[in-house]
Unconditional design. Sequence first.
Length: 466
Amino acid sequence: MRPFRFATVALATAALALPLLGGSASAASPAGPKAPPHAHGSHAPLRAAAPEGFVIGTAVAGGGHHLEQDYPDPFTYDREYRKVLGREFSSVSPENQMKWDYIHPERDRYDFGQADAIVEFARKNRQVVRGHTLLWHSQNPAWLEEGDFTKAELRGILREHITKVVGRYKGKIQQWDVANEIFDDQGNLRTQENIWIRELGPEIVADAFRWAHKADPKAYIANDTGDAGFTTSLLWQAGSRPYKVDGTNVKIDFGDANAKKFTDVWQKLIDEKLLAPVTSWTDDWYKGLGDGTIATLSTGAWMPANFESGVPNASGQWRAAPLPAWAKGDKASAENGGSALTVPALAKNKELAYAFVEYANSGEGVASRVSEGAFPATQAELKSAEFLGKEFPYFGGQKANEIFADSAANVADDWSYLPFQAYANSIFNDTVGKAYISGTRLEEGLKAWQDASVKYGEEQGFTVEK
């Protein structure tokens, strides 16, 4: 058997968005809000021509560099521009009017005038609004960038800003770009350019999401309803090794310290209600990947082809990045998903079947499979200049394979699955899954999963060590 191994990576929208689910701002139909009755001859508004589920969005021009030009501010003074803006689009995002230097020009003064006007404009034209942005490395006011603040003062400034801005538009903004462009085009965290990450560390990003959620409790940081494959991948990456297999001798133990890394973090997300109840691979999931409802996705390196075919309207909005680490400086990854080609013992044409396995895994078929979006099954292809140098238009021209290959190189190879893993996964929702819908703690759920798996293994004739 030749397995196809897939490294786990993180995929994120260029701006890490916090979707606001529910409320009047997101009550539009999947096809987008109905266009207002502007008279414009026989011209059909762009948003009316869009297919179901395809929202037509644009930035609201104004502020920033526009103030330095010899033309009036577009949104404020250009009536024809406003007509087109209201008629053609179903989603709007302030270009500059909600950025720090515009909305918070002095430490003790906010200017909500233009932001308020955009939100009201969107309401009148039945449009949704994407708030932009709460934490960024650019367009910060001089008082912030040049100020002599302690770490505690900086945290307080950011928390107050997020609380005040998000709270002001509670129920009126569909989603927020909470952390904008925290990764560069190579997928590296901006540890020097971004004042917040430089001075307060990368964990400030998670705090920003928590503060935004507290300011508007209908906001979520990620999606997860409980999934066995996703959970075991995160445990693998964290260093936990719950399964040990030696023939018919099996050990199952979810109580190690590395498993606790996962449960501590994920339990906090559950407790703070930061996980949106959207199940992966459903219509709502695909819709969320396309409209910003789901802003980040930790998954296998096979995902790009699924993005291109399943979420074409989000082309250019996503980037690949290394997985978030459980410890500073750690580059550990894991596998997620996979498949294998096997020649059964009772096969009638073993030679022909084996020839196909060689073709698909190490012969001419490798290039054919990779060109269609499969992840390489050979080191030669994985390290080839052609593979590493491929630019992905879907990811804004990013050479995403460099990140995928690096992730693959950091997958620990001492992980084992159970001989009866299919059964174990089938009872995940009856055990661990309860932590997502009841008061059950994740640690308790993993213990219940362990006990149920042990019981089944013993019934099937395995010698199981607890």
